[in-house]
Every structure is written in structure tokens, then in C-alpha cells.
Design a protein around this ligand. Sequence first.
Ligand SMILES: CC(C)(COP(=O)(O)OP(=O)(O)OC[C@H]1O[C@@H](n2cnc3c(N)ncnc32)[C@H](O)[C@@H]1OP(=O)(O)O)[C@@H](O)C(=O)NCCC(=O)NCCS
Length: 191
Amino acid sequence: MSFFQKGAVIETERLTLRRWTMRDMAGFLRFAADPAVMLSAGAVPVLTEEQARGELRRAADDPYVFAIVRKSDGEIVGKIKFQGDYRRYRTHSVSIGYELARAYWGNGYMTEAVRAMVRYAFETLRVDVVAVSHFLGNERSRRVIERAGFYFEGIMPCAFSRADGEVMDDVCYSILRSEYESGKMSPVRRL
Ligand SMILES: CC(C)(COP(=O)(O)OP(=O)(O)OC[C@H]1O[C@@H](n2cnc3c(N)ncnc32)[C@H](O)[C@@H]1OP(=O)(O)O)[C@@H](O)C(=O)NCCC(=O)NCCS
């Protein structure tokens, strides 16, 4: 993915999505040190200061990784990123991944952030497909994805070995450019 505009900031009604800096450690740890949040996202919780600095550095160095900042008080509530869509081969596609600190669940922040990322992916990055997936059983993430207008593709069994050793099935979704442009939101895709 080399088509990203460096330093991009994405605005929504209540949120600013912006690049991470090394000064964001307190906000980063709100979710990155929480095993329940990180394991659900297929990530590894940070356990030591050194790991925390390393992971924050990785986020800060990656122009596709955003801090989700609440406009009302400037608090970092979570993280959202574009990543390679590794289930597709040589297509112009991105996948979205996200984590929200538990204290901020239930306010619609992630749905708002995901919608903005989808818009940015089609309108600015000009991709043809936006993909997302969640582990089978992650109902909160399923609802975010459905509210953001994604189409269900199918379930990939035995898709991901988590940091705790549990092997997870992945529920896969996408939006095609034609679907985004038609503005239709339907649970059933007709190809
Ligand atoms: C997945 C995750 C981001 C979902 O968090 P969430 O708070 O449920 O999602 P949102 O921020 O979109 O909030 C939606 C909820 O807020 C409610 N809500 C309250 N005020 C709202 C508002 N103004 N606008 C929209 N929704 C609002 C909605 O009803 C919804 O609740 P419901 O799903 O029970 O109906 C969070 O659970 C998480 O970080 N989990 C661990 C990591 C993870 O699983 N990552 C995803 C990997 S695929």
C-alpha cells in the first residue's frame, strides 16, 4: 500500500483520526494493555514498558495506523488502521482493523470511525474493495461491521491462531466500489 497520503487526518462529527506520536502512551495503554481487547482483535497485549514503547513506535511509524481522538475532551479512545487485505491477491484493496478501550464502548465511536475509514478508502485512496473480518463470536464487532454497511462473505474456519494459542474462525466481510457508489445497504450481495 504505497498510495497513502502521509500525515492524513480524518474528521468525523465526534472524532479525529490522526497519526500516533510517542507522547500518546497513556491513551495507547488504555486498550493495548487490556488482554480482552487485544486478544479479540487478534493482537498481543503489551505487558512491559519496553513492549509498550516498541508497539507505540510501530504505530507511530505507520501512516496507515490512526489514534481515535474524542473531540470533546481530546482523549484517545482507541486505534484504527488500514492493513493489507491478505486474502486477496494483487487487487486494489485494504482491510480495516480496530480496538476501542473498554471504558468507551457503547457510544457508537467505532461505528463512526469505521464509516469514515470506508469513505476515505474509496474516495481518497481510490481502492476497489474494503475488507474487514472478526472472530466468530465477537458480536460487538459484528454489529459495528453491519452498521457500517459491509456485506457478509462467509466464514473461514481455522483462520487465525491467537496469541493465547486458541485457533479462531474468521467471519469475513467486504464492500465493493460499485456497492459503495450505489449507496445501497443490503444484507445480501448479488454478484
Ligand atoms: C469491537 C468494538 C470496537 C465494539 O465496540 P462498541 O462500543 O460495541 O462499538 P461502537 O463504538 O460502534 O458502539 C456501538 C454501540 O453503542 C451504542 N450507541 C450509543 N450511542 C450511540 C451513538 N450516538 N451512535 C451510535 N451508537 C451508539 C450502540 O447502540 C451500540 O451498542 P449495541 O451494539 O449493543 O447496539 C469493541 O468491543 C472492542 O474494541 N473490542 C475488542 C477489540 C475487537 O474486537 N476489535 C475488533 C476486531 S475485528
